[in-house]
Design a protein around this ligand. Structure first.
Ligand SMILES: [Zn+2]
Length: 329
């Protein structure tokens, strides 16, 4: 645009940023975005960023587990919202929010992938912790899940609510239900959830955050499942359908108020991060068998819980019981 001064451009960007933020918070009518084109471009051009995100494998497993547990109504709604080219497979797009978070258009979503809690506090308090670096409230994973769940709840009542792109809301919700269950996504502020704790994972360089995002999953797949992530996922599923967690599943999916539930999920994560993520780990050291063997069960369980609870939320919002569930939002 000719004639725009630097200040004007800044102002324009600030306005756009505010509009996006307001849209997220349910306040602003944004025009529908060319979602299919974006997806195509993102597949064609983007290299997946692994910073502050369950790995592709973690998100894919979470979403596959969730999809297998959907009610007929929810399964139908999900199918209708997904673009045709994924053939109804939600997991194919569950990493999409990581792929677009560095794009200008979606840069406002970057703080939604994690929660920074005070160093060593080892607890989560929504009012204290759920904000971005500028202090804007609700800009964290917990706020994002509640907001996108609320947006999706309008789907069932027809097309009257055009403020939101329902497909994007589905993908963001599905992704963030994975992130909130990755313990190091609810980590300490100074080390950015373990990202600045550089160490070695067996023989190669890594960092503590990445160990929980991906290293443990890939080592498990290589050591026990012939590098077949699908087999790892089936093993996780069998643990809660007919295995060590089968008595716990009802408790996992118990939720009558989405806001209270996301606070619980974040609290679980910071507790695991403190007791099993950070504990005994020093920058520069090498983590290997002991750490891997003792932490793998937590990684598997958090993926299972993320999937079970994502299905629970989608079954609520696309079913008959959404009113009470969202009453407090
Ligand atoms: Zn993420």
């Amino acid at each position: 645009m000719v004639g725009l001064s630097f200040l004007d451009q800044n102002f324009q960007e600030t306005i756009e940023h505010k509009q996006k933020m307001a849209s997220f918070l349910g306040l602003y009518s944004k025009s529908s975005s060319s979602f299919l084109l974006l997806c195509f471009i993102c597949f064609a051009l983007m290299k997946l960023s692994n910073v502050r995100a369950w790995s592709k494998e973690g998100h894919t497993m979470t979403c596959q587990i969730a999809q297998s547990l959907l009610s007929p109504d929810a399964a139908h709604a999900v199918k209708m919202l997904l673009p045709d080219y994924v053939n109804g497979d939600l997991s194919a797009l569950c990493v999409w929010p990581d792929q677009v978070r560095h794009w200008h258009k979606y840069s406002w979503t970057s703080p939604l992938h994690f929660i920074d809690t005070p160093d060593k506090a080892c607890n989560f308090k929504y009012e204290r912790d759920c904000h971005d670096q500028h202090g804007v409230e609700d800009m964290c994973i917990a706020g994002a899940i509640t907001n996108f769940t609320t947006q999706l709840s309008h789907y069932r009542h027809g097309s009257s609510d055009r403020r939101h792109n329902m497909t994007e809301a589905l993908l963001f919700l599905s992704h963030f239900m994975g992130d909130i269950h990755q313990p190091m996504h609810v980590g300490f502020t100074t080390d950015e959830g373990g990202n600045t704790i550089n160490l070695r994972w067996f023989r190669h360089k890594s960092n503590l955050h990445h160990v929980w995002d991906r290293e443990i999953i890939l080592t498990a797949a290589a050591d026990y499942y012939g590098k077949e992530i699908d087999l790892l996922e089936k093993d996780i599923e069998s643990n809660f359908t007919d295995g060590i967690w089968s008595d716990d599943v009802e408790n996992w999916r118990d939720c009558s108020d989405i806001s209270a539930c996301v606070n619980k999920y974040a609290t679980e994560s910071i507790n695991i991060a403190c007791k099993w993520g950070y504990k005994g780990v020093k920058s520069g050291e090498t983590l290997s068998d002991d750490y891997f063997n003792s932490r793998l069960p937590f990684v598997m369980k958090r993926i299972a819980q993320g999937g079970v609870r994502l299905a629970m939320i989608l079954n609520h919002v696309f079913g008959d019981s959404q009113q009470e569930f969202l009453a407090a939002t």
